[in-house]
Design a protein around this ligand. Structure first.
Ligand SMILES: *[C@@H]1O[C@H](CO)[C@@H](O)[C@H](O)[C@H]1NC(C)=O
Ligand SMILES: *[C@@H]1O[C@H](CO)[C@@H](O)[C@H](O)[C@H]1NC(C)=O
Ligand SMILES: *[C@@H]1O[C@H](CO)[C@@H](O)[C@H](O)[C@H]1NC(C)=O
Length: 211
């Protein structure tokens, strides 16, 4: 005898809910991010900003490769305490931290990236165009592969590439977070807004925290 509609409905809702929370059939990339203790800040930021589903979808696109830059927890020290406190406020996860995360993703790459050296090979005019719309510059110096933001004001060295799924590569950012200048400006405007024009001039210079 079939279960009454109300029961099957409850079961269906339960299945759908557990799927959306755990993303049902996750890519290895998401499994690594959610379980590897090096990536707790990164994973939480994806979760809180509502970007987890988009990330998962980018790992599932057929016929083209995807590269994801993943800062370990220690790399976020770069941002400094005040910036981290600000961008992890609930409203700023969606407005600001999500922009940081979009700069870590490069889609529609022409072949699978197996090593950090491959980043230079797949770059076009030494640039990888990110989901954010701003490029990451790639330079090879001897055995080192150096990434720089769009205007070269932020740089980091990468050594570790992990192919997690077909055509999906995780590049570990172990030495720091790479921040787009555009996003840095957005962080400054959001977290440290300039005083209104009409305010009397302050005798104290305003110290902006370095990050
Ligand atoms: C995470 O950290 C541990 C300890 O430092 C290291 O052995 C491991 O390879 C790291 N995982 C990734 C993906 O970098
Ligand atoms: C990608 O390919 C797999 C295996 O061939 C297929 O099951 C899946 O539906 C495809 N996904 C898309 C978005 O086309
Ligand atoms: C992997 O990406 C390459 C090009 O980037 C593509 O030719 C190939 O079909 C992709 N493989 C799969 C399984 O999507």
């Amino acid at each position: 005898m079939a279960a009454p509609p109300s029961t099957s409905c409850v079961l269906l809702v339960a299945v759908l809910m557990s799927c959306s929370l755990s993303l049902c059939s996750s890519s290895n990339l998401l499994n690594i991010l959610s379980t590897d203790r090096n990536f707790t800040i990164l994973y939480n930021a994806f979760y809180q900003s509502g970007e987890l589903q988009s990330l998962e979808e980018r790992t599932q696109v057929n016929g083209t490769a995807f590269v994801f830059f993943a800062p370990i927890d220690g790399s976020f020290v770069d941002f400094g305490y005040e910036v981290m406190e600000c961008i992890t406020r609930q409203e700023n996860f969606k407005n600001v931290f999500s922009q940081v995360l979009r700069y870590f993703q490069v889609t529609t790459i022409k072949r699978q990236v197996n090593t950090v050296q491959d980043l230079a090979a797949v770059a076009v005019d030494a640039k990888l165009w990110t989901v954010l719309g701003q490029p990451i510059q790639v330079f090879v110096s001897g055995t080192e592969v150096i990434l720089a933001n769009e205007d070269g004001t932020d740089q980091t060295v990468v050594t570790k590439a992990m192919v997690t799924d077909t055509n999906v590569t995780l590049i570990v950012l172990e030495k720091g977070v790479l921040l787009s200048s555009q996003v840095r400006n957005q962080i400054m405007n959001t977290c440290f807004p300039p005083p209104p024009e009409s305010a009397p001039p302050s005798s104290m210079p305003i110290a902006l925290p370095y990050y």
